[in-house]
Design a protein around this ligand. Sequence first.
Ligand SMILES: CC(C)(COP(=O)(O)OP(=O)(O)OC[C@H]1O[C@@H](n2cnc3c(N)ncnc32)[C@H](O)[C@@H]1OP(=O)(O)O)[C@@H](O)C(=O)NCCC(=O)NCCS
Length: 177
Amino acid sequence: MTEIRTPRLLLRRWHDDDLAPMADINADPRVMRWIGDGSVRGLDHTARAIEQWEEEWDEEGFGLFAVELLASGELAGFTGLSVPGFLPQVLPAVAISWRLGSQFWGQGYASEAAHATLEFALQDRGLDRVISISRVGDDASGNVVRKLGMSLERETVHPVHGWPLRVHTIDLTEFQA
Ligand SMILES: CC(C)(COP(=O)(O)OP(=O)(O)OC[C@H]1O[C@@H](n2cnc3c(N)ncnc32)[C@H](O)[C@@H]1OP(=O)(O)O)[C@@H](O)C(=O)NCCC(=O)NCCS
């Protein structure tokens, strides 16, 4: 069972009870603003997504962590690792991503979870590097990327939708600097 504790958070695999709170997060247009075409997702979509995230954990040995607040046990959202198959030009690669309910923004939770996720990826799993792919304009993600110490690797566009994207990267030496 892969679990990580940070001062305020538990990063863990997914439970059945996570479906309703994660579906609420995916149903919020503010949360989905920079994800895909910005459309909100329903309960069925979220259920399939959680199943797929769990399969990725089993297949890859890494995946998206459910992020739980230690103080209250609430699900805040996710942070974790996945293979960014939608952007073939960066492959092979593993990307970090994050999505929190809007009531959990502005409290440093995303950065705390992302830092622990990088440590997991680069130290525990021994990945050579981790990238992040963010939409130009998604300043909240850009702020997290900056605080993690990731460097800009390239600017490109989404191969299907044409959205401008920034690819940042970090390796273990840079992470420990
Ligand atoms: C991207 C996202 C995860 C960022 O969340 P966030 O809460 O803004 O990020 P952080 O955890 O870095 O917290 C930000 C602020 O919390 C504040 N904060 C409050 N208490 C804090 C604490 N104890 N420690 C650190 N920061 C704290 C800080 O002011 C910090 O801002 P600063 O770094 O500019 O000073 C969030 O906006 C989100 O879920 N967006 C929707 C999903 C999305 O777009 N995902 C990316 C696309 S794939």
